[in-house]
Design a binder for this molecule. Structure first.
Ligand code: URA
Length: 258
């Protein structure tokens, strides 16, 4: 395929995604990305509903790092955490997994995505979000003018639950320590929790994802945005617009910090 045709195809795919996401128009990057010299920066207003506030408060009060009281774990190199995970047998998923899916991306990312658990493709390759849902996640990241290798992507569980069933309580309890160490290491400015199991685990709540999404909440020195999981969007494309709203809130918040 010649280069022009290839590029035209890429542009067509991108425009289709923007259309699916409900993007009506785009401002030139000079105006959106770089505030005019001397312009006052305004942070996006976040109106937080009581359910989200309650969930965030309970998550903040929960001792996520029991061995170190309420303090964040000491920030370590991601490689140290990866080595600790090697041959992990802390839960029953170790007997059915093919590969541990540690996570991938920029170790100093401003934005970190946390999914639920690896699926079949991820288990096969040892990498997060490489299947169909992962391809949609890549497009969502690119829709806010970021590259996949700029962010960090990981999951609550590092091993695939057989048949892609939901993570079980004992599996989350055994595995989440690695996620919290990853958060302490990467120190993202925003954590985007993808789907109910991720948002509910991080926020220590059973509140529905439809009520948790859409708002930045304080979360252990960062902001947390819950949104729908890309796999859910593949089944419910009409919900893409809500995810686009959430992504714009993240993009505007990150821009307000620079
Ligand atoms: N779904 C997830 O939650 N995580 C992955 O890595 C892939 C699909």
């Amino acid at each position: 395929m010649n280069r022009k045709k290839y590029l035209a195809g890429q542009i067509r795919d991108h425009l289709k995604l923007y259309n699916d996401l409900g993007v009506k128009w785009m401002r030139p990057p000079e105006k959106t990305d770089r505030p005019a010299a001397g312009a006052r920066k305004t942070r996006p207003r976040s109106v937080t509903p009581p359910a989200v506030l309650a969930a965030a408060a309970s998550a903040a009060n929960t001792n996520l790092f029991p061995e170190k009281s309420d303090a964040l774990p000491v920030a370590e190199d991601l490689e140290t955490i990866r080595v600790d995970l090697r041959n992990c047998k802390l839960c029953k998923l170790s007997s059915t997994r093919k590969n541990i899916v540690f996570g991938a991306g920029n170790p100093n990312a401003d934005l970190m995505f946390v999914g639920e658990a690896p699926g079949a493709d991820e288990d096969e390759q040892g990498l997060p979000f490489v299947g169909r849902a992962g391809q949609l996640l890549t497009k969502i990241i690119e829709a806010i003018d970021m590259r996949r290798d700029e962010v960090f992507i990981c999951n609550i569980l590092k091993c695939r639950p057989p048949g892609n069933r939901n993570p079980e309580v004992d599996e989350i309890a055994a595995c989440e320590q690695f996620l919290f160490r990853q958060i302490a290491s990467v120190k993202p400015k925003v954590i985007c929790a993808l789907g109910a199991p991720s948002a509910q685990t991080l926020l220590r709540t059973k509140e529905a994802i439809s009520r948790l999404r859409g708002h930045l909440v304080d979360y252990r020195g960062a902001k947390l945005m819950a949104t729908f999981h890309p796999a859910y969007l593949l089944r419910n494309p009409n919900e893409k617009r809500k995810v686009w709203e959430d992504m714009k809130t993240i993009r505007d918040y990150l821009a307000s910090l620079t």
